[in-house]
Design a protein around this ligand. Structure first.
Ligand code: CTP
Length: 416
């Protein structure tokens, strides 16, 4: 890690030219209005670590919304403003930058969202989660590139430590318990000993966090490169059981997550697939408890229900004599992540083979004849058409018919 107090050459080397130009212009505009402007948070941490991160967070000692409006003019971009929080998001081309007025925060009660009021840069950095996220870089021309490190972030980066800023940090916002473990495993850092002690002390505070906020943290974990490392660590520290006591961050999960990545390559597995695997050991009733704790949206909730109900059918799927149409009926209608999760979790190789046949072939099989074709063959509209189409579908699945002509012959035969 570079031991430097000016990051202008890191910025130049690591960020795309368009973003570098943007930051210089933004610094000039802010300075022309007597405001100070800083690059802050994760991107500064990652500039020092040499990790790719193009998510710019800017803090203004002044008025972020006004500055965003002017920058929107220069970049021909669009802004979304949140006057209540004095923040704005600026988007142009493929870029998106967050601007915030420097603020301080107070928490009315543990786990609640903070009350914010304008403050200094020092206030703004002090309200953050970990020292490694509290560094800032000056952007106004006369001080461009200068590193501001008020809370020992650079030292902690050097020693690979995750450290909270004050005793009450996890009480104020227990999502930081999850966040600390995400950073620890992502960066291969360690929790600083006092931070670890306070984390363990404050685990009960996880109950103060709303389902939406916990779900958000879990989704962030599942978007990491190796989510299983984080989940195993959360199990070790008894954080995962606070989500649901039956969840397990163990070798089984690690193996399945690895297989899910192989299967999805070159893409990453979806959050749905990962959650289905995480929830796999749960009973139907326990899944319902998890769904309500995390306030899972409908489709994700359905995936967990599908996963659980399909799990109960794995024994039937393990029968080597199953006809293709029976395989189809066992698997049809379930969400894809639920089917894939069961494929990865199934012990029986026959069941896995059947699922693979379904996914690669059976789910696409359809009869060639349509309802209209049947009408043209003289069949009266009504339930009989549906019934014949179903029988044709089965015949197709089981390979008893392979062409449109063959289907016509079959139907004629059925009609006598
Ligand atoms: N933050 C915080 N407490 C939280 C969430 C966020 O203090 N519960 C602070 C962190 O200091 C972080 C900043 O808000 O640097 C922005 O949050 P986020 O976008 O989640 O973090 P990044 O650092 O931008 O992203 P990441 O660390 O995942 O790369």
């Amino acid at each position: 890690m570079p031991d430097i107090s000016n990051l202008s050459s890191e910025i130049e080397k690591q960020l795309p030219a368009e973003l570098v130009d943007f930051m210089r212009r933004a610094g000039e505009v802010a300075a022309s209005q007597g405001q100070s402007l800083y690059l802050v948070g994760g991107v500064v941490r990652d500039l020092l670590l040499g990790r790719t991160n193009f998510d710019l967070d800017l803090v203004v000692e002044g008025d972020a919304i006004n500055l965003a409006q002017q920058l929107a003019g220069i970049t021909q971009g669009k802004i979304i403003t949140h006057p209540r929080f004095h923040t704005a998001k600026l988007k142009w081309n493929k870029w998106s930058v967050d601007l915030a007025t420097a603020r301080s925060e107070t928490y009315d009660k543990p786990g609640a969202l903070p009350r914010v009021k304008p403050g200094s840069l020092a206030n703004d950095l002090f309200r953050r989660d970990f020292t490694i996220n509290t560094m800032a870089v000056e952007l106004i021309p006369s001080r461009y590139g200068r590193l501001i490190d008020l809370y020992g972030g650079r030292d902690d980066l050097k020693h690979k430590l995750i450290r909270i800023l004050h005793e009450r940090s996890f009480i104020d916002d227990a999502t930081r318990i999850w966040r600390s473990l995400r950073y620890e495993q992502r960066l291969d850092f360690k929790l600083e000993p006092d931070t670890l002690r306070l984390l363990e002390r404050d685990i009960p505070m996880l109950d103060t966090i709303s389902g939406d906020r916990i779900r958000h943290e879990l989704e962030l974990i599942l978007k990491e490169e190796f989510p299983e490392k984080i989940l195993c660590r959360t199990e070790e520290l008894k954080v995962l059981p606070k989500l649901h006591p039956a969840l397990k961050g163990d070798g089984w999960l690690a193996e399945r997550f690895g297989q899910a990545r192989q299967l999805s390559y070159p893409d990453l597995p979806s959050v749905e697939l990962y959650i289905a695997l995480l929830a796999y050991p749960l009973t139907g009733e326990e899944s319902e408890e998890l769904i309500s704790r995390l306030r899972l949206p409908k489709s994700l909730a359905q995936t967990l229900r599908d996963t659980s109900s399909l799990k109960a059918k794995l024994e039937s799927l393990a029968d080597p004599e199953l006809a293709p149409s029976s395989i189809y009926h066992l698997l049809h209608g379930y969400s894809q992540p639920a089917i894939t999760a069961n494929y990865l979790a199934a012990d029986s190789s026959t069941a896995r083979q059947h699922i693979q046949t379904f996914l690669s072939k059976l789910r696409y099989v359809k009869p060639s004849l349509t309802g209209n074709d049947l009408k043209k063959m003289g069949i009266a509209p009504g339930p009989q058409i549906k019934e014949i189409l179903q029988r044709l579908h089965e015949a197709r699945l089981d390979g008893k018919v392979t062409s449109k002509k063959g289907e016509e012959r079959l139907v004629s035969g059925w009609l006598g």
